[in-house]
Design a binder for this molecule. Structure first.
Ligand code: ADP
Ligand code: MG
Length: 366
């Protein structure tokens, strides 16, 4: 088992890269601690598979180092890295039985057959494959094949880490939920470092203690699901995490006030000062739908908005609003009155995030 450190790591698939956009991994430093349950979350094409393949040794990075427990492993081939990797689509031997497929990684490292049997039975039990052990892999359903593929990743106890690359994509939703829980159980039992790649925030937060959010070849935030929700470090995290995502308003200051276009925002002096002092003209005010106060009647320092429509989602509603010509979404709970026509909004100061050139900056709350 190991701690995995990525040091000044970068990767491009091009022979003559010209700009940061030419890199699938832009220079990054990152540590996956021993025993952690991690998710690597990001949209398609952001570099998740590239990163996993560099860690497992399938791909050699253009620059930088990969270290396991402080030792550089760049020169080690995948077999020598002692890492199990589970891919999006099943990687199994069709002509072998399920038993032999599961036994393969253990026999490969010359595990005694008695122990092979114990482990295969244990993993088959966890994945509910016991009844299939004698069948040839080619006769299995797509779901079953992927379970075997996962089993092959889980069967060795001596691996440094297990990397999962969107392993549940081909699995039906019911089973997906169950397998994710199993993985979590297995993690708790064996305390193996696990990195689970997904583009689904729900999947990430149910599996992982800590999530690395990846965007355009960079880890833009590494935090608990709660930190990502409450303090997104980058506009992309605000937008990607949450349902719906964070509202962003482009802001400036004019005559001592914070303006979003021609609309004056009622916010505290500290927010004003932070906007006024920002060293870029790309400034956005972020506020989550959950944190916008929506009043059906005028309130002190309430900003008058137009209610476009409300979407009732059972225990809460999403209200679509126009503040001047800015579109906003607010979430209100079922015990709260849904406004119609007009609404008065407040942005609590401590719920506002300020983003300069897309990254969050601190606001002085004195
Ligand atoms: P993800 O797994 O997050 O969807 P990938 O790591 O597969 O992202 O891809 C990151 C970027 O690298 C994408 O722009 C993709 O098109 C590119 N890419 C991935 N694999 C290759 C390859 N073998 N050759 C060239 N470009 C690639
Ligand atoms: Mg991928």
């Amino acid at each position: 088992m190991a701690e995995i450190t990525l040091k000044s790591l970068a990767h491009t698939y091009l022979t003559d890269p010209q700009s940061p956009e030419d890199y699938a991994i832009r220079e990054m430093n990152h540590v996956w601690h021993q025993g952690g349950a991690y998710a690597l979350l990001g949209p398609s094409g952001c570099g998740k598979s590239t990163l996993l393949n560099i860690i497992s040794g399938l791909l050699e990075p253009s620059s930088g180092e990969v270290l396991f427990d402080g030792e550089v492993v760049n020169a080690l081939p995948p077999e020598a890295r002692n890492i199990a990797q589970v891919f999006q689509f099943p990687v199994i031997y069709d002509t072998m039985t399920v038993y032999d497929n599961l036994a393969f990684p253990l026999r490969n490292v010359r595990t005694p057959e008695v122990r092979v049997r114990e482990r295969v039975m244990e993993v088959a039990d966890v994945l509910e494959l016991t009844a299939q052990l004698k069948r040839k892999a080619k006769n299995l359903t797509a779901d079953e094949k992927q379970k075997v593929s996962m089993g092959r990743g889980l069967v060795r106890e001596d691996v440094s880490a297990i990397l999962f690359d969107e392993p549940l994509t081909v699995i039906d939703p019911q089973l997906k939920w169950k397998l994710r829980r199993k993985l979590k159980e297995i993690h708790q039992r064996f305390e193996i470092t696990m990195v689970y790649v997904t583009h689904d925030q729900l999947e990430a937060s149910t599996f992982a203690d800590k999530i690395a959010v990846m965007y355009e070849g960079q880890v833009v935030q590494f935090g608990t699901p709660r930190e990502l929700f409450e303090k997104p470090n980058h506009t992309f995290v605000g937008y990607f995490i949450g349902s719906p995502g964070m509202n962003f308003l482009e802001v400036t200051t004019r005559d001592g006030r914070v303006m979003a276009g021609d609309t004056r925002l009622t916010v505290g002096n500290n927010v004003h000062d932070a906007v006024a002092n920002a060293r870029s003209s790309n400034i956005k005010l972020g506020i989550r739908p959950e944190f916008i106060e929506v009043h059906a009647e005028p309130v002190e320092s309430g900003m008058e908005a137009r209610v476009e429509h409300a979407q009732d989602l059972g225990t809460y509603s999403i209200v679509y609003l126009k503040l001047g010509n800015i579109s906003l979404k607010a979430r209100i709970e079922e015990d709260q009155k849904t406004p119609s026509g007009k609404a008065w909004l407040r942005f609590p100061d401590d719920r506002i995030g300020l983003y300069v050139d897309e990254f969050r900056v601190e606001i002085d709350h004195e």
